[in-house]
Design a protein around this ligand. Structure first.
Ligand SMILES: Cc1cc2nc3c(=O)[nH]c(=O)nc-3n(C[C@H](O)[C@H](O)[C@H](O)COP(=O)(O)OP(=O)(O)OC[C@H]3O[C@@H](n4cnc5c(N)ncnc54)[C@H](O)[C@@H]3O)c2cc1C
Length: 476
């Protein structure tokens, strides 16, 4: 694996969250829970999934009493540190058809559109500038192997009647949107946006407070007893609630009933200092987000002040349920890959210094689609498996979890996210060992491909294993 040393060390706090908190005047966190409280619904986790659930419940049933607890502050998890690229499932039809068949794939793609509508409405109503920009998503090939994927995507969209949701672009059309010597042909997905993720999380936090949700920050859940009612223990308190929603992201892998269906990976990003002249000189004047066609993809977008965020989905794998492992947030090699991607894909930014770098855990499900479920014989509901693609999907999670809490059979709770049988992953230590070996092999193959070289026969053979074994993750 090529490893280039990064020019910056990983930080504990994302540039986004830092900016959003400064904009709020570094207002104090909500007080932690002290003592006992009773509620109709208790939500655990103050990221997008928990906050959208709270908002959906307050909209549908304003009479419910709702408590939300967050181990740190709202937006401190993946929701405040992601790339802020917001899109549903039109660009994942391949994965979706494999997992759900034609109708299921189209159903979740339409749900992604409902989510874009919902987030757009919130962005326009929330009274804050959360940098919501609907410029579509441009996916570019940077090697001939990547270019080969384009025809299949277009063909599949045509077969599904989804041709309005993706357009193949010539190399010239790609260059007109964003010029780079390594960009070849591409695909344009119009139904996509970018957002300032931490400002979105913080705006959601304010919205749920305004709707009367009792918010307790710096309040980790220590345990949940699934009785009737449920009981949640926190360091200095107890919540007694009829319904519980667990929206704790990768930490859900601690649960024995969730663990077989989710593995932990990590993703890393670098954020540049502002470089508006360079962006203009490469024609990147539109609002589109971008990505390449690697499996461990580079994803990138601009900010209104002319910064570029470059992400690499190539971070290390987690072991078992250890979502707090330091290598998931402080891996210098992964920061190095994100930075190398920035300098290679956008050489106009070769000299632009980095302002910040950070990483975070990703909850990857066995079929790379999220799942929103109720644990058997309990009133505990949860959302997991966003697989690095959760900004849009957490809105869907919020609506689905609200329907599960309210026992409503509606257009949300009947989606395959709630109803499909979940495939299982191998147990540890096979999962970690296998995933790590396959990840390394794929990285070797993808980096060799970028340098127009052929990876070793061993790396190529290992990289092919997931396909041979019929797995749906790790497929190039
Ligand atoms: C670097 C990176 C880049 C990404 N880029 C994109 C992107 O561009 N587009 C996209 O769609 N997706 C992206 N994602 C994925 C996306 O950010 C997530 O899928 C999404 O934010 C998940 O939201 P969540 O609410 O489930 O999790 P989180 O935001 O992690 O929220 C979970 C919350 O639960 C809290 N918690 C955990 N345990 C407990 C406990 N015991 N008690 C109380 N609270 C607890 C945590 O503190 C956390 O705040 C990215 C992820 C990362 C890490």
């Amino acid at each position: 694996m090529r490893s280039s040393l990064p020019s910056i060390d990983p930080s504990d706090c994302s540039w986004w969250l830092d900016e959003a908190l400064r904009k709020e005047g570094n207002a104090p966190a909500a007080a932690p829970l002290e003592g006992e409280c009773t509620a109709d619904v208790a939500i655990v986790g103050g990221g997008f999934a928990g906050l959208w659930t709270a908002l959906a419940l307050t909209s549908r049933r304003p009479d419910l009493s709702i408590v939300l607890i967050e181990a740190s502050i709202c937006g401190s998890g993946a929701s405040g540190k992601n790339g802020g690229k917001v899109h549903g499932y039109w660009s994942s039809l391949g994965t979706a058809v494999q997992a759900l068949g034609r109708d299921g794939a189209l159903a979740i793609a339409r749900a992604g559109d409902w989510a874009q509508d919902g987030i757009r409405t919130f962005a326009s109503e929330c009274g804050r500038d959360i940098w919501w920009r609907e410029g579509g998503n441009l996916v570019v090939a940077t090697t001939s192997q990547q270019e080969e994927k384009i025809a299949g995507v277009v063909q599949q969209a045509r077969e599904l009647g989804a041709e309005d949701h993706v357009t193949a672009l010539s190399a010239e059309e790609v260059q007109a949107r964003c010029a780079s010597p390594v960009f070849r042909r591409g695909l344009f997905y119009p139904d996509a946006a970018t957002v300032h993720p931490a400002r979105l999380a913080r705006a959601l936090r304010q919205a749920v407070i305004d709707r009367g949700v009792a918010l307790f920050e710096n309040t980790p859940m220590l345990s949940v007893d699934p009785g009737h009612p449920c009981r949640i223990k926190t360091p200095r308190g107890l919540i007694v609630a009829r319904e519980v929603v667990l929206a704790t992201n990768a930490a859900l892998s601690e649960r024995r009933d969730v663990r077989p269906h989710v593995s932990i990976f990590s993703s890393y990003v670098v954020m540049t200092e502002p470089a508006p002249e360079q962006l203009a000189s490469m024609n990147w004047t539109g609002e589109e987000g971008l990505a390449d066609l690697r499996m461990f993809l580079h994803y990138f977008r601009k900010t209104p002040d002319g910064r570029v965020l470059m992400g690499s989905g190539s971070g290390p794998v987690g072991y078992g349920d250890d979502a707090q492992a330091r290598h998931l947030t402080h891996d210098r090699a992964s920061i190095g890959r994100a930075e190398a991607g920035l300098r290679r894909l956008l050489p106009e930014l070769r000299e632009v210094p980095l302002a910040r770098a950070w990483g975070g855990a990703i909850d990857v499900s066995a079929d790379r689609l999220p799942f929103f479920k109720t644990i058997s014989d309990t009133r505990i509901h949860y959302a997991c498996g966003f697989s690095g693609h959760g900004v849009n999907a957490t809105y869907i999670a919020g609506q689905c979890l609200a329907s599960l809490v309210l026992n409503e059979k509606d257009r949300w709770s009947t989606l395959p996210f709630c109803t499909r049988a979940l495939p299982r992953l191998p147990p540890e230590p096979f999962r970690f060992t296998g995933a790590s070996a396959i990840r390394s092999a794929i990285l070797v193959c993808e980096e060799a491909d970028e340098q127009n070289l052929r990876a070793s026969a061993l790396a190529r053979a290992i990289a092919k294993l997931p396909k041979i074994l019929g797995l749906r993750i790790g497929i190039r």
